[in-house]
Every structure is written in structure tokens, then in C-alpha cells.
Ligand binder design. Structure first.
Ligand code: E4P
Length: 214
């Protein structure tokens, strides 16, 4: 399972990207707003993320008209061949994704809440779907079952599953065991993921032994 960081906060992202654990960074307008990044600053943010170690950067379109989404998708992809274009899984988004896929632009259909949307994403040639696990569960749906069924439908296809709206490291653990392709996590969940108290305690014992051996 690949790990991504769901943030645009450079102070938080720098040390996490440096670990080499995370394949890339996912963003959307809410994430940009939380980090105080204006739309005109996205090209510079993208360059910074790639220089900081992100192997892929996911950037979301901001319009709803099909032609405008397609044009914006091409513009975002033009920033780097490591940019993946995120498009909300609406009818216009599906239509634009089909056109972008035909043009060879990798896309992720986002804000996915139901298994059937996985079928639609594969049909239009999306490279990824992003089901919102936390929000699905909070909306009263069996989010984990939906996500696992999406993975079952898409395994072996050209469409991969990148689960978002992750609420805990336990979510990450269970999704990995379930064979999900990828998850994107907040900086807080990422930091918790990297820490294991029993490992830290063992290192303390090593350090004490080293002190005794000097
Ligand atoms: C990712 O693209 C989504 O914005 C994010 O994962 C949603 O998470 P939230 O439910 O915590 O807002």
C-alpha cells in the first residue's frame, strides 16, 4: 500500500517527505485554504513539493464546466509530468476525466462515496479514485465495506484506489491488511504512523547499553 500526505502545509510536509516513506502529496481547495495557499501560488507550491521529495503531486481542478475542467486539467498537468489532476466525481467531472484520459492526462476522481462510482471511474479511464472513508462512515454508510468492494472491482484494472478522509492510524492498518492500493493521511496521522512507543523504549535500552560500553 502506498502512502500519501493530504496537506499543503510546507512546515509540516518538509520533515515527513524527507523520511522517504510518502510517495507524494494530495491537495484540494480545502487543503490549500487550511495552509493559506492561494490558487495563484499552486505552481510554486508544486515546484516546492517536488523539490522536497514528493514523487507525485495531486492538484484539484476548481471549475465545474466540462470544457473549463479539461482546460484546467491540461494546465495543471503542464506544471509537471508528476502532477495528477484531481476532478470531483460529478457528471461533468466524469465527462472531463474521459476527455483528459484520452489525451493521456492522469486523473483522480475525488469525493467518491459509493461503490458504484468505482465502476464509473474505470469506465472513463481515471487513473485513481479517492473514496472519503471518514465522511462515508460519518454519513452512516459502511465506509470500510464500500472501500473494500471498490478495491475488489478495480484490482487488475487501470484504476487504483487512494483512500482519503482517514481518521486514524487504525484506519491505515486495516486498509493495508485489506489490500487497498493507497491512502492519503493528514500530517498528524502521518506523524503518529511513524512513531511506535515500544520501538522507542527498545532504543532507550540500546542507548543505555551503549553508555555502559563506552
Ligand atoms: C482529500 O482529498 C480530502 O480533502 C480529505 O481527505 C477529506 O478529509 P476530511 O474528511 O478530514 O476533510
Amino acid at each position: 500500500m502506498d502512502l500519501y500526505l493530504d496537506s499543503a502545509d510546507r512546515e509540516a510536509l518538509g520533515p515527513l517527505l524527507r523520511t522517504g516513506v510518502f510517495a507524494g502529496v494530495t491537495t484540494n481547495p480545502l487543503i490549500l485554504e487550511r495552509a493559506g495557499v492561494r490558487l495563484g501560488e499552486v505552481p510554486e507550491l508544486t515546484r516546492w513539493l517536488l523539490d522536497a521529495g514528493a514523487r507525485e503531486v495531486f492538484l484539484q481542478t476548481t471549475t465545474s464546466d466540462v470544457e473549463a475542467v479539461v482546460a484546467e486539467g491540461h494546465a495543471l498537468r503542464a506544471l509537471s509530468d508528476r502532477v495528477v489532476v484531481k476532478v470531483p466525481a460529478t457528471v461533468a467531472g466524469l465527462t472531463a476525466t474521459a476527455e483528459l484520459a484520452r489525451a493521456g492526462v492522469p486523473t483522480l476522481l475525488t469525493a467518491v462515496y459509493h461503490v458504484r462510482q468505482a465502476v464509473l471511474a474505470r469506465a472513463v479511464g481515471a487513473a485513481w479514485i479517492a473514496p472519503y472513508l471518514g465522511r462515508m462512515t460519518e454519513a452512516g454508510r459502511d465506509g470500510r465495506r464500500h472501500v473494500e468492494q471498490m478495491q475488489g472491482i478495480l484490482t487488475g484494472s487501470g484504476t487504483r484506489v487512494l483512500v482519503a478522509s482517514i481518521r486514524s492510524v487504525d484506519d491505515v492498518h486495516r486498509l493495508a491488511v485489506a489490500g487497498i492500493d493507497a491512502v492519503t493521511v493528514s500530517a498528524a496521522v502521518a506523524r503518529e504512523l511513524l512513531e511506535e512507543p515500544l520501538t522507542a523504549a527498545a532504543v532507550d535500552q540500546f542507548d543505555e547499553a551503549v553508555t555502559r560500553l563506552r
